[in-house]
Design a protein around this ligand. Sequence first.
Ligand SMILES: [Ca+2]
Ligand SMILES: [Ca+2]
Length: 172
Amino acid sequence: MLYLSSVVLVAVWTSLFCFTPVQGSCPAGWEHHDESCYEFVTKEQTWINAEVDCIRHGARLAKIQSDDENEFLREYLSNNSRQYNGYDMWLGAKKRSDGGWGWGDGSTLADDDYDDWQTGNPDNPDLGVCLEFESGFNNHWNDDFCDELNYYICQRPFHPLTPPPPPTELIG
Ligand SMILES: [Ca+2]
Ligand SMILES: [Ca+2]
């Protein structure tokens, strides 16, 4: 009887955690893509206040590192154009004093060897400019003054559910 229930337990554990796709979670209202959860926030904030709001939610302004990631975000905006059309969206990079562009974690755009600047951009000679999806550029990248009020995209890690240890104490 003990043996039988052990077999059943192992079978249930195996079917839950070995033969189903990895399960995980994003907070309610966040979108899952790849290893991240994204929140498309419809509040108008300066860049720094947007970043602070993301941090408050365990996130940062989105750091885009690939065409796949960029296109996922642009497609979401275009599929939900009723909410987002006409609004620029802050992303997580800011011009540094040396003229390069850095993400909030200290890495640079150059590190990822990826960008999606609208042709001719960045073209703002000033400091105090930040990275946005510019709706007027079909959501390609633009540099704009960080104290403009924009919507924004937060990003946090997607946490897969960790399977519990198998019920070994019941085996044998
Ligand atoms: Ca520009
Ligand atoms: Ca703008």
